[in-house]
Design a protein around this ligand. Structure first.
Ligand SMILES: [Zn+2]
Length: 369
């Protein structure tokens, strides 16, 4: 039996162990993918250390397990019923697993699957372990199997380490799609300079959003994001002490913004989110993709009076991923802003807490087998 190197977590909070495990064999409608780059998202360290205490309803795979969320690689062996992928194809693997047979899946709402699960990360339902059992390999190894419908071809012009960033870019893209963010619109991105916020900025520029307002802490990084499109981006430092709503209204004739994309992470106070929601115009939409963990007081009467929509959104579908791949090929999505930090699989533990490398969203940490 062929074996390969894999990093496995045996106990939460402990370092991963490097071990030899069998190379998986694809079932007829699955594909064996040779991993070329696996993204390390900022939240990974939370998942590996605190997740079960923070969010007990979001189960991890049974340990020991191979983690690794965002995989870009090459098709090594398609299953014998796979019709549209060939050996050697360059692909991104969307890690969103779904059962295919629950009411949501049958209605083609696969992200609402009762057992929706991120391969190599965590799940959303009590039966997520069934998905982990079917697809036990995340990206921190040399080969993984994935359902054929989760693969997204990537253009030759997109490097593997760039495609390994598709997860948070796709998450941001899906939020902008749900917000109908395009020409003529003004959006506010809360948490502008982080991994999600920068992804949202790049996608918004690519989708032709007219004006992007962004809030974050670090003034140096705010200036760097603004420099991507100085005529279309305006920024506010969080500690400037201004009312976010008043600041946003000063750009929109007093009306407020069309959409808020909230990218603040789990450790951020909930009132930071709500302050941004107050910047919406009547009928505006807030899309929450950052995952603030604190229970947050919402002004639901004001939201009703003003016809405000608040949408929780996580991840994206393969059509969104295909759209960002096409935008990258057309250079309307600029992936050149990232600074890649490539960490060999053998040094995986050095990469897990990506915060040590982080220059906000500009840093892209990838594990390279
Ligand atoms: Zn399902």
């Amino acid at each position: 039996m062929a074996t390969m190197l894999a990093a496995r977590l045996h106990k939460t909070g402990e370092p991963m162990k490097l071990e030899q495990v069998p190379v998986p064999v694809p079932r007829p409608t699955d594909v064996l993918v040779q991993v070329k780059a696996c993204g390390v998202v900022p939240n990974l360290i939370n998942v590996l250390t605190h997740w079960q205490s923070w969010f007990p309803e979001l189960p991890l795979p049974k340990l020991p397990a191979i983690f690794g969320l965002d995989v870009a690689g090459v098709v090594a062996a398609p299953g014998d019923q796979v019709q549209n992928f060939r050996k050697g194809d360059r692909v991104y693997v969307n890690p969103g697993l779904f059962c295919g047979s629950c009411p949501a899946c049958r209605a083609d709402e696969v992200q609402n699957c009762t057992n929706y699960t991120f391969s190599g990360y965590f799940g959303f339902g009590p039966d997520s372990q069934k998905q982990f059992d079917s697809y036990p390999y995340g990206g921190m190894c040399e080969y993984m199997i994935a359902p054929q419908h989760n693969l997204v071809p990537i253009p030759d012009s997109v490097a593997f380490e760039e495609a390994a960033r598709f997860g948070y870019i796709g998450t941001a893209y899906a939020a902008l799609r749900k917000a109908s963010a395009g020409p003529g619109k003004t959006i506010l991105i809360n948490g502008l300079t982080g991994t999600l916020g920068l992804g949202a900025t790049l996608c918004a520029l690519g989708r032709g959003v007219t004006r992007i307002l962004g809030i974050a802490r670090d003034r140096g990084r705010l200036a760097r994001v603004k420099a991507l499109a100085p005529d279309r981006i305006a920024t506010l430092a969080q500690d400037e002490g201004k009312s976010v709503a008043e600041w946003a209204r000063s750009f929109t004739g007093g009306h407020g913004v069309d959409a808020v994309i909230d990218c603040l992470g789990p450790g951020t106070p909930g009132n930071f989110l709500m302050e941004a929601v107050y910047a919406l115009r009547r009928g505006g939409k807030a899309i929450n993709i950052g995952g603030v963990g604190e229970k947050t007081v919402m002004d639901i009467h004001w939201m009703m009076d003003n016809q405000i929509e608040f949408i929780g959104s996580n991840w994206f579908d393969v059509a969104d991923a295909a759209a960002i791949a096409a935008m990258a090929a057309a250079k309307t999505l600029d992936l050149s802003v990232f600074q890649h930090i490539r960490v060999p699989l053998k040094e995986v533990n050095r990469a897990l807490d990506g915060s040590q490398f982080r220059d906000g969203g500009f840093t892209n940490v990838v594990i390279v087998p």
